[in-house]
Design a protein around this ligand. Structure first.
Ligand SMILES: Cc1ncc(COP(=O)(O)O)c(C=O)c1O
Length: 326
């Protein structure tokens, strides 16, 4: 198979079965980390850039700015390098160090804000920084993934569509919520094409997206300290919050049991599957979206020192048969 651009290399039909993950339930993990940007955000990045091009706000040689805790920044770096745009990514101390180095290696200018906002996170600080830059340099184009409908459309037309094409009318779909682009795209697609599929939205405890109280969080990917504009809760999906220590326990369990080093948000989504799927009828088929893999989390989620410094609770390891996780 020959692709014409790095950002075209999106493998949307790769699933991993997780035997014994929940007794009598067929659990399939949609692997989104197997592309040149290493995450689901490659599809978001392509859609955001193509939407700006189509609207004429982004012209050849243009300059872009975006807020990202890592993966969108890497994905936009891939797209911008291939299309000749200059990119500034505004990030924060929770971003994986390796992601920042990757962005810089692809030619992106990375700015890190360090002040927590009034909700204890960094999102508002990042957005304030972008607004200041736009006032100083009005020619900058801000893609604004939290408010841009192209983000939702990308996942409705690609992620959700390919899930449905490959797996059919599944019984339940578990999707993590960051900007909620993936979630909203799946909610819209499945409501239209497979209304019997229960969509379960998963977020980190301490995120405000579902209306809960803000609290400090340390794992990038899911969660917000400010509700995304594209998030619409029409009552058609369920919502689950997962503690970060449960996320860590799940990541380590899956690595040891299945040989798959998953990223933090995948651990969060799978912790929700373990919590809810036992209530589903035996023989059900369930899918969960894995936004990225775990290689960039070896110094955080998979580091005992990092975990001990941040959490009072020791992560519990799920019993999944022959797991030998630490
Ligand atoms: C690792 C990871 N998981 C989950 C998400 C959430 O995806 P979305 O922004 O579509 O809600 C992101 C988004 O950046 C991510 O990087």
């Amino acid at each position: 198979m020959i692709f014409e651009s790095a950002s075209d290399v999106v493998l949307d039909d790769i699933f991993l079965r997780l035997p014994d993950f929940v007794p009598d339930i067929d659990v399939l993990l949609k692997l989104e980390g197997l592309n040149p940007a290493g995450s689901v955000k490659l599809k978001t990045a392509v859609a955001l850039v193509e939407s700006a091009e189509a609207h004429g706000t982004l012209r050849p040689g243009g300059r872009l700015i975006e807020s990202s805790s890592g993966n969108l920044g890497v994905a936009l770096s891939v797209v911008c390098a291939a299309r000749g745009y200059r990119l500034t990514v505004v990030t924060d101390p929770n971003a994986a160090r390796q992601a920042i180095r990757v962005m810089e290696s692809l030619g992106t200018h990375v700015v890190e804000v360090t002040h927590r906002d009034t909700h204890g996170g960094y999102l508002r600080t990042r957005l304030d920084h972008i607004r200041q830059c736009l006032v100083r340099e009005p020619e900058l184009v801000w893609l604004n993934q939290y408010a841009n409908r192209a983000n939702v459309a990308a996942h409705r037309e690609r992620t959700a569509k390919s899930l449905h094409r490959e797996l059919g009318d599944i019984d339940a779909l578990f999707v993590g919520a960051g900007t909620t682009g993936t979630l909203m795209g799946c909610v819209e697609y499945f409501a239209e094409h497979s209304p019997r599929t229960r969509v379960i939205a998963v977020d980190a405890a301490g995120s405000v997206t579902f209306g809960g109280a803000a609290a400090p969080r340390f794992i990038p990917g899911l969660g917000t300290s400010r509700r995304p504009e594209i998030f619409v809760d029409g009552g058609t999906f369920e919502k689950v919050l997962v503690e970060e220590s449960d996320t860590i326990g799940m990541c380590r369990t899956v690595a040891a049991r299945y040989g798959l080093l998953i990223g933090g948000s995948t651990g969060t989504v799978l912790a929700a599957v373990r919590r809810l799927a036992p209530a589903l009828p035996p023989g059900c088929r369930v899918a969960a979206i894995s936004p990225d893999l775990g290689d960039k989390y070896t110094d955080t989620v998979y580091s005992d020192t990092w975990v001990a410094e941040r959490y009072t609770r020791t992560p519990d390891l799920a019993d999944l048969g022959h797991a030998t996780a630490r």
